[in-house]
Design a protein around this ligand. Structure first.
Ligand SMILES: NC(=O)c1ccc[n+]([C@@H]2O[C@H](COP(=O)([O-])OP(=O)(O)OC[C@H]3O[C@@H](n4cnc5c(N)ncnc54)[C@H](O)[C@@H]3O)[C@@H](O)[C@H]2O)c1
Length: 442
């Protein structure tokens, strides 16, 4: 196949020899917040990544991406079908569509010969995740899932220490993700992940498939055997609404200046979660005015709703228990409505333990020491945490994906699709267990 730059690759072949010398050419599929973040790697690493096109049904977003990457008009597509029907312009795609579209949009891209960097969760059911895996295997295509936390120095260093035998065999793992009150209110109560019925994902899968992936990764090579889970929507429901509260913060609520979840405080005064909140008025401006924002919160913006008068159906907290084939147990706790957000981990091994909080940028390794008064000695390990989201994992993930595509040595964090599916199967099983109130065998 002739490329627009005059080089040649067979359809269905990313031409690794060629890619060793040239930047990998990528098409953005779904020019939303995540894909555009990954695409921005090309700005600082033009020798490694070139953005060649965009598939985006939303005209405004398509134009923003085309302007950002100076794309010719014929490289802006409204649909995957349009992209596939035209001449091949890239080696890979960055698929950042929403959860329920991941598998449906990736299957034709694989058939057309693209390797794919795919956002998590892989899909919204075990059945479609298996279909994707089978298709990728049949076609010999690469699909890497955006499990950025594997690349965060905090988790990558812990995994390295485990591989070096720092604490022996892991007997028990305690993981927790504390989701802040403003994050849960914005994304999982008012926002686009607030309904499994409409969006396809439970909160566990949308928010914590990362954490379940990390738990399975820490035990790589040992299969998770059975799962149980409980939890529900306890707080963000109509019955919890404070006396006298309205339905829309800026319209009819006397608590607008005192409520912790006030849309006025969160989105107008504190400017939180703007990428989600102002999506609906992007056609007015990329930088909407205060009045445009206020008006949208007053009228049809879903983020203007009272958190106790929304149409959310996902949980606000959930606990998951996992048993592995070697007898190791793991507990994961998804805690919505935390004052301080963060990810916490504690691993107990046959001869030591590791404990830490990702956002603190360090973890502690402890060993038995009978000579110390309290019976142990400890080492604090500092890791490089940046302001970049996901503990510094986002851009490292893109860099690793490009290494895999070029056929180079991947990092210890690299995850093949066959590997990524295990944490997802734990998550789907946990959701079934929660609903059916019984253990689920994997
Ligand atoms: N890795 C992470 O930690 C992380 C964090 C947040 C979100 N996510 C996931 O990333 C994905 C994207 O989230 P986002 O906030 O960027 O979403 P978004 O809504 O901002 O972007 C999705 C884009 O896809 C476009 N689109 C819709 N149908 C399409 C189609 N058929 N073909 C091509 N494009 C299409 C939409 O118009 C939209 O612009 C979601 O699955 C989300 O769960 C991952």
């Amino acid at each position: 196949m002739k490329h627009s730059d005059g080089t040649d690759t067979q359809r269905g072949d990313t031409g690794n020899t060629l890619l060793k010398q040239k930047p990998v050419r990528a098409v953005i599929v779904g020019a939303g917040h995540r894909s555009m973040l990954y695409a921005s790697y090309s700005v600082s690493h033009a020798d490694e990544l070139h953005i060649a096109g965009v598939v985006e049904p939303d005209e405004v977003r398509r134009k923003v991406a085309m302007d950002a990457y100076k794309l010719p008009p014929e490289h802006g597509y409204e649909s995957i079908e349009q992209l596939i029907a035209g001449p091949r312009i890239a080696d890979v795609v960055f698929n950042g569509t929403m959860d329920h579209l991941h598998v449906a949009t990736t299957l034709p891209l694989l058939e057309a010969g693209y390797d794919v960097l795919l956002e998590k969760p892989i899909g919204v059911s075990e059945k479609e995740v298996r279909e994707l895996l089978e298709t990728a295997n049949r076609l010999g295509r690469k699909v890497m899932i955006c499990h950025e936390l594997r690349y965060a120095p905090f988790y990558a260093e812990i995994r390295k220490r485990l591989l070096q035998g720092a604490i022996g065999e892991v007997i028990n793992m305690q993981f927790a993700e504390n989701v802040s009150y403003h994050h849960i209110a914005s994304a999982y109560v008012r926002g686009k992940w607030n309904s499994q019925k409409r969006g396809g994902s439970s909160m566990l899968m949308a928010k914590c498939c990362h954490d379940l992936d990390l738990m399975v990764w820490m035990k790589a090579g040992v299969q998770p055997k059975r799962v149980s889970s409980m939890g529900g929507r306890m707080f963000f429901r109509e019955e919890q609404k404070p006396e006298g509260a309205g339905t829309r913060c800026l319209v009819d609520c006397p608590l607008v200046d005192s409520c912790a979840y006030s849309a006025k405080a969160m989105y107008l005064e504190r400017n939180l979660w703007g990428t989600y909140v102002w999506h609906g008025i992007e056609h007015l401006s990329q930088n909407p005015t205060e009045e445009q924002k206020r008006e949208s919160l007053r009228t049809d913006n879903p983020y203007g709703r009272c958190v106790w008068a929304s149409d959310n159906d996902v949980v606000d907290h959930q606990a998951v228990n996992i048993e592995f084939a070697d007898g190791c147990t793991g507990t994961f706790s998804l805690n919505g409505n935390a004052a301080k957000p963060g990810r916490r981990l504690h691993l107990i091994g046959t001869h030591g333990e590791i404990e830490g909080v990702m956002e603190e940028g360090s973890f502690t390794i402890r060993h038995f020491d009978l000579s110390a008064g309290h019976g142990y000695r400890e080492e604090r390990v500092n890791v490089d945490v940046t302001d970049n989201m996901h503990g510094g994992g986002d851009m490292r993930l893109v860099s690793d994906f490009l290494r895999v595509i070029r056929g180079e040595q991947p990092s210890i964090s690299t995850t093949t699709l066959a590997d990524s599916v295990n944490g997802h199967f734990v998550g789907f099983a946990a959701d079934r267990s929660r609903v059916e109130q019984q253990w689920v065998q994997l």
